[in-house]
Design a protein around this ligand. Structure first.
Ligand code: SF4
Length: 314
């Protein structure tokens, strides 16, 4: 559950299919970790997921890499930090096996690429999900469906995904049988079907879409277009500045044309954000807006719906 429209649509689809919701739990990955970094993600995203889980009465478990994206990016001749996974039995801390890997240096942003070798931020999330399944005995001897909300329409890369496949953590034929399938229920959905589903359940569009974003990914996603950077630089200038400072420190920009995010921002014009409640929400860590539209009020399609402005992983 990223907190974006597609993973919410997955949850709603389960409800519509009559799934026993006592068997469902949400997993959310905190991109910035829990140690104080605020470099990448929307400030309210963790709390929004909490409110969402509460509203649907399903448990929510967070996972994060200690020191988050920023800590991994600043790795210098060292090892990645431990991974943390909330479970029904408490917090799991998964240490790194330093005998099997060598110290390494990043000191650069993930590359804007479909390859998870160089787009390491997505690889971190996927690896953490796999280890979270591998390291909980409650998944042994049982069947688990790991559900994610990618859609083919989002990119040429996602267009090639399978809708159903064995998850990387699956060991159904092994000594300790763990059956885990990965299912992408909204893979073939178009965007209008996603919004119609949210509207049917009265779930308000999440804040990023209300601000004009077409995807709900990290606020400072490496895939952001010039217009998104112009919007961030205008409304959240300190966020854009911190990314640009790192680009200068590393001597490597996110974009291949060697322009910092601030230089790219100057090449475009920001969105004119009219939803002031959403804008105010974007500055605070506690989620104070409702999850559902108030009874009797119309459900509103957000400004970012059906836009193609680049943001979010491919
Ligand atoms: S949203 Fe963007 S920056 Fe964040 S993890 Fe995904 S690809 Fe990386």
């Amino acid at each position: 559950m990223s907190g974006g429209k597609d993973s919410i649509a997955c949850l709603l689809h389960l409800i519509e299919q009559g799934v026993d919701m006592r068997k469902v739990e949400l997993w959310h990955h905190d991109v910035d970790g829990r140690e104080g970094s605020t470099l990448m993600d929307w400030s309210f995203m963790a709390d929004f997921n909490r409110q969402l889980a509460h509203a649907f009465e399903v448990p929510l478990y967070f996972s994060w890499l200690k020191h988050g994206f920023e800590g991994e990016m600043l790795k210098q001749d060292g090892y990645s930090h431990p991974q943390c996974v909330e479970t029904p039995d408490g917090l799991l801390t998964l240490e790194r096996d330093t005998r099997r890997s060598k110290p390494a240096t990043r000191l650069r942003f993930p590359q804007v690429s479909a390859s998870l070798q160089t787009r390491w931020c997505s690889a971190l999330k996927i690896d953490l999900g796999r280890r979270a399944l591998n390291n909980q005995s409650r998944f042994l001897g049982t069947k688990t469906l790991f559900i994610t909300g990618e859609r083919r329409e989002e990119s040429a890369n996602r267009a090639r995904y399978f809708q159903l496949e064995r998850h990387a953590s699956d060991t159904r034929f092994g000594r300790k049988a763990r059956l885990v399938d990965a299912w992408r229920p909204v893979l073939d959905w178009d965007e209008s079907r996603v919004w119609e589903t949210l509207e049917r359940h009265g779930v308000l569009a999440p804040v990023p879409y209300r601000l004009g974003w077409s995807r709900s990914s990290c606020q400072s996603c490496v895939f952001n277009s010039d217009t998104i950077w112009a919007t961030i630089a205008h409304y959240f200038p300190e966020k854009a500045q911190r990314i640009a400072d790192y680009e200068q420190q590393f001597g490597t920009t996110i974009s291949r044309d060697k322009l910092t995010v601030l230089e790219r921002a100057r090449r475009s014009r920001p969105f004119e954000i009219e939803d002031l409640a959403a804008l105010e929400q974007a500055t605070r860590p506690d989620y104070t807006l409702p999850v559902f539209a108030a009874p009797g009020t119309p459900w509103v399609l957000p400004a970012g719906a059906f836009r193609s402005e680049g943001c979010g992983a491919s």
